[in-house]
Structure formats: structure tokens, C-alpha cells
Design a protein around this ligand. Structure first.
Ligand code: EPU
Length: 444
């Protein structure tokens, strides 16, 4: 196997696409289930590589994970062992850091490798470490082994009032999990607001947790134990898949109905599609995205929810190569989200260059830690419309991989997208979904 997709582009993609379960919920609820004494069943689990990686990691820790079909998973955590999280598999997925929650709760200590996942810049975990310390955990990093080592103080996990210096999605989720079983009350301030976090809260509250969100503040009253409901937990659909398929529709001058998308979860994306002159219509089956005439350039700034999400900007960049005029994308969440796709897109003839918008206080706008304000290059300009040509492209990270696949679908002729398995990390059976809307694609 070459680990590549071959796609013959240049034709409008039309039809229906069903969203899969949300990767960024599935990973977290699986980890949360390790707080339980009982078996828990999940439905709508996406059949993606990151989930298989986490199942591997949890099985290595003694947890019994059984896939009943591709989307139903039972987790029996009774065999969870007090051992270090596997270096190789733990460093492949960033969410492995969240295993600190259940391991500290069960054993009072945990050894976890420096988390990996898509790089997207330096991507430190300083905020999570600081938050853990607030709960009474000592955390150290051993650079000779590449492991974080955490140990509970005698007081155990203690509820506290914690304010994140800047919001963090998985950091907020880890704080919520720990607070659910800590002694007393926890107030998490400046918490992240992504809908995936609310699905985790729902799952934990169904299991007896006492978590309440009021905007960016989350109140949690610790309970003695969590116990799952008898009925399986059905996780939400992956809202991040929707802008990807919408971009396939708009950039190829196609027409796609996306099933399973909750409109309020992608409101900001829909707003941009309308500004660009793209068609959007709510239908009984789902939300229809379609090309209805020349696209206009837009200016987008990524923001945490409810803003234009960072995970959507790569696919949007391809749409903007087909729009008339100069579009801009200003990335404010991750420090290196363009690195994955701009160079690849240029291979198809896309006209993209970098610039840095003038900002008075970069440290308050950017969600990442600004270490060198003078070297920032957080925005791109895209000139369009450009006739993209075929090429041999590489999926450098998950969303960048989807981005170059969209570019390949736009370009006439045969293109290769190498490192298809990078796209498999988060997109379920993407070649089948694309073939279902008329794409000429195969895996080689
Ligand atoms: N950050 C720090 N220190 C920390 C934590 C975060 O500097 O301790 C920085 C990050 O480097 C980033 C910013 O703060 O620049 C925001 O990071 P956040 O912690 O919110 O992101 P995350 O939890 O690592 C999750 C998703 C991402 C999604 C972001 C934003 C998962 C597994 N990942 O990342 O999803 O883009 O939230 O919503 O939930 C993806 O699916 O492709 C993906 C990258």
C-alpha cells in the first residue's frame, strides 16, 4: 500500500453526506469512562484512526474495550492498571494527556509521555499542568524520559477556584472530569465554550456528576463516585466534518446536503458562506451547501466557539482560491496552522502569501502563548479565482490533509494525496463518502 489517495478532480460533487460521530467528543468520553466502576456503552463512535489508537492505549492499561460494530463500543474499566502510559502510542494522540484524570483518581499517580497529535505549533500543556496543581497534584517533567510524572498530595483531589489564563478546550475538559470527583466545589473560570465540551458534561451529568455551565464559568460539585446510565451514550455528530464537505461542494461548484449537522454549532461558518455568495439552505434531510454563482472574497479571523473555528480555515482557504478578489484568513488559535497546507496548496498553483496584521496587543488576541511578537506571521492572503492544477500533495496534518484533498478535487486531472492515514485519524471513510457524492477517488 502506498498510503495515498488518487483523485481525478475537476467535476462538481453532488449528493448527500452523513456526518460521523465527533472525534473530539469520543476521545474524551472514552477517557471519562475510566472514572467508573461499571461498564459503559457508547454509540455513534467514529471509525477513525485516533479512536483505534486510544483503544490500543487503554487496552494496554488493562481496560477491556469491545467494538460491537464499527460504531458501538463497550468500555469495562475494572482492569485499569497502575502503569505508565505507553510512550509510542501515548505520544501519537494529544488527548492521552487527559489520562491524568482517571489515573490520579484511581492510583494517586500517573506517568504520561509528552503528548503528540497534530503539531500546529509548539502546543505546550502549561495550562493543564497549572490547573492540575490547583487540584492538589504535583507535576514534574523528566526530559531524559519524555514523561510527565504526577502525584497527588495527601489531601487528595481538592475542589478549588481556577481561572485559565487563556481558554483551552481539552484543559477545560480535564478540569471538569477531575472536579466531578474532587472533594468539594470547583469553579472553573475562563473555561472554553466548544459544544464538544457540553457533550462531555452531558455524559458526566448522566453518570451522576453535578456540573453546571454559566457562560465561561463552570461550577462543579464533586461527587463520591460516577456511575453510568444503563442506556448507551450516543455522542454528538462531528460538526467539524460539515465545513469540510461544504467546502467540497462550494469549491467544486457542486451541491451537497450534509446530514446530522446542528445549525447552531456551525453558525459562523454559514455566515461566511453567505458573505461569499455560496448557497445554504436548511432542508428536511440536513443543511444543503451549493454553488449558486461567482464566489466573492471574504476576510476570516479564527476564534474559539462561537467564532469561526480554526479547524475550518484550511478547507475555507480552498474555497477562497475560487472566489473573486483577495481573501484573508487570520489564524488566532494555533501558532502554526498554515504550515500544514500553504506550501502544498502552492503546488496546485494557488496564490497564497503570508502577512502579519497590525495588532495592538497580540498576547490578548492570540490563544497561543506569544513568545516572539516580532516573528509572527499569522495571516494569509489568497488571490482568486485561480484554476488549480493537479499534483502530488501530502497530508501534513489532519485538517491540512482534508484541505489538500479538496484542492485535488477542484483541480482537473489526476492528483495524489500522500499520507492518507493522516486524514484517517479524524475523517471516517472519507473516500467512501466522497465516492458517494460523485468523486473519482481510490486508495492505493
Ligand atoms: N495552549 C497552550 N497551553 C496549554 C493549552 C493550550 O499554550 O496548556 C494553546 C494551544 O497551543 C493553542 C491554544 O492554546 O494555541 C488553544 O488550544 P486548546 O487547548 O484549546 O486546543 P486543544 O484542546 O489542544 C482542541 C481540539 C482541536 C481544536 C481545538 C480548538 C481535541 C482533541 N482537539 O485542541 O482539534 O482545534 O481544541 O477548538 O479536542 C482537530 O480536531 O484537528 C483539532 C486540532
Amino acid at each position: 500500500m502506498e498510503d495515498a489517495f488518487v483523485i481525478t478532480g475537476g467535476k462538481p460533487l453532488k449528493g448527500e453526506v452523513q456526518l460521523s460521530g465527533a472525534k473530539n467528543v469520543a476521545l474524551k468520553v472514552l477517557i471519562a469512562s475510566l472514572f467508573f466502576d461499571a461498564t459503559v456503552t457508547f454509540t455513534n463512535i467514529p471509525d477513525i484512526a485516533d479512536i483505534r489508537e486510544l483503544i490500543h492505549l487503554m487496552s494496554d492499561l488493562g481496560v477491556d474495550c469491545t467494538l460491537h460494530d464499527n460504531h458501538t463500543l463497550t468500555v469495562n474499566p475494572s482492569g485499569l492498571q497502575d502503569k505508565a502510559v505507553d510512550l509510542l502510542h501515548g505520544s501519537k494522540i494529544r488527548s492521552s494527556f487527559m489520562l491524568f484524570g482517571p489515573l490520579l483518581y484511581r492510583f494517586g499517580k500517573a506517568h504520561i509521555p509528552n503528548p503528540g497529535g497534530c503539531r500546529l505549533g509548539a502546543r505546550p500543556i502549561d495550562r493543564q499542568v497549572d490547573m492540575l496543581e490547583g487540584f492538589g497534584v504535583d507535576v514534574g517533567y523528566d526530559s531524559t524520559t519524555g514523561y510527565y510524572e504526577a502525584k497527588l498530595k495527601e489531601s487528595g483531589l481538592v475542589g478549588n477556584e481556577y481561572t485559565f489564563v487563556k481558554p483551552t478546550h481539552t484543559g477545560t475538559e480535564l478540569a471538569i472530569m477531575i472536579a466531578s470527583v474532587a472533594h468539594g466545589e470547583t469553579i472553573i473560570k475562563n473555561a472554553a465554550g466548544e459544544p464538544e465540551i457540553d457533550d462531555l458534561i452531558q455524559f458526566l451529568n448522566n453518570a451522576g456528576a453535578r456540573i453546571k455551565r454559566e457562560g465561561n464559568t463552570i461550577h462543579v460539585i464533586g461527587v463520591k463516585a460516577l456511575k453510568p446510565q444503563d442506556t448507551p451514550y450516543h455522542i454528538m455528530y462531528d460538526r467539524n466534518e460539515a465545513p469540510t464537505y461544504a467546502a467540497f461542494a462550494l469549491a467544486t461548484k457542486g451541491d451537497i446536503v450534509i446530514k446530522g449537522v446542528v445549525r447552531s454549532q456551525i453558525d459562523y461558518f454559514i455566515k461566511q458562506v453567505r458573505l461569499a455568495g455560496g448557497g445554504v439552505e436548511e432542508t428536511e434531510k440536513g443543511i444543503r451547501f451549493y454553488y449558486k454563482g461567482e464566489l466573492k472574497s471574504t476576510n476570516v479571523e479564527t476564534r474559539p466557539h462561537p467564532g469561526f473555528m480554526t479547524d475550518w480555515q484550511g478547507p475555507w482557504a480552498v474555497v477562497m482560491t475560487q472566489a473573486d478578489g483577495i481573501s484573508t484568513i487570520h489564524e488566532t488559535v494555533f501558532e502554526d496552522r498554515f504550515g500544514g497546507y500553504v506550501a502544498e496548496m502552492r503546488k496546485t498553483g494557488a496564490k497564497i502569501d503570508f502577512f502579519q496584521p497590525k495588532i495592538n496587543n497580540p498576547d490578548s488576541l492570540y490563544q497561543f502563548n506569544v513568545t516572539d511578537p516580532l516573528s509572527l506571521k499569522q495571516a494569509i492572503r489568497i488571490s482568486g479565482p485561480t484554476k488549480l492544477h493537479n499534483g502530488v500533495l501530502t497530508a501534513q496534518d489532519l485538517r491540512a490533509g482534508a484541505t489538500v484533498l479538496i484542492a485535488a478535487a477542484v483541480a482537473e486531472g489526476e492528483s495524489y494525496v500522500l499520507s492518507a492515514s493522516t486524514i484517517d485519524r479524524g475523517y471516517e471513510h472519507i473516500e467512501k463518502k466522497l465516492a458517494g457524492i460523485g468523486a473519482v477517488i481510490k486508495r492505493v
